[in-house]
Ligand binder design. Structure first.
Ligand code: C2E
Ligand code: MG
Ligand code: MG
Length: 654
């Protein structure tokens, strides 16, 4: 089809390809078409009235009556149109039929008007011409939102009207016809312009709405991303905190109970280190799927980062109930994970804090759940612990320790005691481990496990370490030169370059041979930041100080790293020594650690030797050194000096 024909046909068709324009046209017509039919009807009745006595009844009465009925039907049809329920196809069909109907009505009224024209006097004739032209203009204006309808009506009325009056041979009527043609064309021009603007406006509105929807979609997506964990698809830490706050306010309004839980995977780090991050990631994804699919409880899970998950449990209030849930989760996560090329087994520990007993703010619940998690890990990995009143008392005590320690006169209240370290071959005390003691004027003696942690929490640790080290060096001055010192460093000391430099400087200044001194670091201290630990230990070693790895065997990934550390000694943790006499597994672990140490060129020391039997066993296994109540309890520096001086203790005479 040639394009001009296509364009011309387009002028007479409704824009079916533009749903929004069609909808807007239907809306406009719903308002304007009843008006159109009303104008048409009223004007027609006026003309019929002026011609009732001059024209035959069929023309002046019956036809107008029929047209009136048709008009009323149309008004009614538009007025009751269920605009919102009309779908696109129905709207197009309606507009198409309306365009045709408008043309039909135009033709019918035109024929009627022109048939009526010969009846009556000049006034009546003029009335007919006036009626036809003014009604035409009014109807075009009512149809201006649908160009096809306006155009078709103009043609069906204006063409016969003009031809009729131009050929009457009456100059006045000819002039009227010319007037109407001019006005008709001008109105058509306005209609075309208006229609173009109208269509454009609808298009812009559609575009605006599309963009708005896009922006909303984007912001919804952003919100989803900001609140979900990209690896597992679970809600993330941020979302978890917001949800707790949300459920808390709901719970406080309704009196409902809820519990917040923190889940930590035990042994995940080892899987990650051993098999790589891809396998580690897959394990986390599998673990998340298990959690999400866990039925029977009103619980929602989140991934808080690393191998830590969070859970909000609603509707459970009793400790036993929460523990039950926790046990189920632990069992669920303990099942083997079938990962690419490997089957991994890990366990999970959970700490819960229930609202309102364990706190009524997000921070307090998280803090207490964290404390319960810590307890779960201490107790035995793979269990769930619910925060209880005993824990609250413990925390109170810890806070008190924090407070008192911060205000303590460290120099006066802190002392150092020494536990002998014995060479198992010679039976002689060759060294001593410095152990800090705090006598608080308020609390009395506080265990080092407690105050060292408190000092780490309150940033006091570096100062305390330096102070204790000075005291230990001073005590050492009275010892035989053959006796060395083992001194514990905390993770925060290893992480602090300043402290490391300070300790090195103090050592050099003391005049004591650095080779007599060994710093003990724990695996956790080293693993916290391996590179920093490596550089700190290397620095200490470069001036002749020695390094021992304390509590060996309590961490997870030790074996992979141990050979990269500049070590002199490995201290086998007390937990393996305490049941070495009756436990074959403990024996084989200790044996393999001793062998490993020997192969790597490190000495080995057994901690916590309490019986002669234990001493014999480890000696037989090739362990070089030992320490424990069997050889001597921690004692003041002067006593240690005396013991070492007169020491001729051997394993056989102990
Ligand atoms: P650690 O370094 O592993 O010290 C050994 C702990 O085991 C000491 O407890 C010691 O008294 C205890 N012990 C020794 N022999 C036996 C035994 O035969 N049986 C039993 N059951 N226990 C034995 P202590 O003095 O309570 O110290 C606990 C922990 O506190 C130490 O563990 C160490 O991690 C930390 N610590 C102590 N003093 C210091 C210090 O000056 N600085 C730092 N950073 N930490 C210290
Ligand atoms: Mg130690
Ligand atoms: Mg130890």
């Amino acid at each position: 089809m040639p394009s001009w024909l296509k364009n011309t046909l387009a002028l007479f068709s409704v824009p079916a390809g533009k749903p929004d324009l069609i909808a807007a046209q239907i809306t406009a017509f719903t308002r304007q078409l009843p008006l159109l039919y009303f104008v048409l009807l009223a004007n027609t009745l006026f003309v019929a009235a002026t011609h009732i006595h001059v024209a035959p009844a069929w023309l002046a009465l019956y036809i107008p009556a029929l047209l009136t009925v048709l008009c009323i039907i149309r008004i009614w049809s538009w007025a009751r149109l269920p605009r919102r329920e009309l779908d696109h196809e129905a709207s197009v069909a309606r507009l198409q039929s309306t365009v045709l109907m408008v043309a039909g009505f135009g033709a019918a009224f035109t024929v009627w008007g022109l048939t009526l024209y010969p009846y009556g006097d000049a006034y009546q004739k003029l009335h007919v011409a006036y009626y036809m032209s003014i009604t035409l203009i009014a109807c075009i204006l009512c149809l201006m939102h649908v160009r096809a309808a306006a155009l078709l009506l103009t043609i069906t009325v204006l063409v016969p009207f003009s031809l009729f009056f131009l050929t009457r041979g009456e100059p006045v009527m000819t002039a009227i016809a010319a007037n109407v043609i001019i006005v008709g064309l001008a109105v058509m021009f306005v209609v075309f312009t208006h229609y173009r603007d109208f269509a454009r406006m609808v298009e812009q509105r559609t575009e605006l709405r599309r963009r708005q929807e896009e922006a909303e979609q984007l912001s919804r997506e952003n919100l989803r991303l900001a609140n979900s964990d990209s690896l597992t698809g679970l809600p993330n830490r941020r979302c978890f905190f917001t949800s707790i706050a949300h459920h808390l306010s709901a719970a406080s309004a309704t009196g409902e109970t809820m519990a917040v839980g923190l889940v930590d995977l035990d042994g995940f780090k080892a899987v990650n280190d051993l098999y790589g991050h891809t396998v580690g990631d897959q394990l986390l994804i599998d673990a998340s799927k298990r959690l999400m699919a866990h039925p029977g409880w009103n619980a929602s899970f989140a991934r808080l980062g690393g191998d830590e998950f969070g859970v909000i449990l609603r509707g459970a209030s009793h400790q036993a109930e929460i523990e039950n849930f926790g046990r189920e989760i632990c069992t669920l996560l303990r099942q083997p994970y079938l990962l690419p090329n490997v089957t991994a087994e890990i366990s999970a520990s959970i700490g819960f804090a229930a609202y309102p007993m364990a706190g009524d703010t997000v921070e307090r619940l998280i803090e207490n759940a964290d404390y319960a998690l810590y307890q779960a890990k201490q107790k035995a990995s793979g269990t769930a612990v619910v925060f209880n009143t005993d824990h609250a008392l413990d925390i109170k005590k810890l806070n008190q320790i924090d407070q008192l320690l911060r205000n303590a006169d460290l120099d006066r209240e802190m002392t150092v005691v020494y536990q002998p370290i014995v060479n198992l071959e010679s039976g002689r005390t060759v060294s001593a481990e410095a152990l800090a003691r705090w006598h608080s004027p308020v609390l009395g003696d506080v265990a080092p496990a407690q105050f060292i942690k408190a000092a780490e929490r309150s940033d006091l640790i570096n100062r305390l370490t330096v102070l204790l080290y000075r005291k230990a060096l001073a005590d050492m001055k009275s010892w035989p030169k053959s006796v060395g010192l083992s001194f514990n460093l905390s993770a925060r000391d290893v992480a602090s370059q300043d402290t490391i430099l300070h300790l090195a400087a103090i050592t050099l200044k003391s005049g004591i041979d650095p080779r007599r001194i060994e710093f003990e670091v724990t695996e956790t201290a080293v693993m916290a930041d391996f590179d920093q630990a490596l550089s700190a230990l290397t620095r200490l070693r470069s001036i002749g100080l020695r390094i021992g790895l304390d509590d060996f065997g309590t961490g997870y990934s030790s074996l992979g790293y141990v050979h990269r550390l500049p070590l002199d000694k490995v201290k086998i943790d007390i937990q393996f020594i305490s049941d070495i006499a009756d436990n074959r597994t403990a024996r084989s672990i200790v044996k393999s650690v001793i062998d490993l140490a020997r192969n790597l060129g490190f000495a080995s020391l057994a901690e916590g030797v309490e019986t002669e039997e234990q001493a014999r066993i480890i000696h037989a296994m090739g362990c070089g050194f030992a320490q424990g109540y069997f050889f001597g309890r921690p004692m003041p520096g002067a006593d240690l000096g005396r013991l070492a001086a007169g020491d001729s203790l051997s394993i056989n005479s102990a």
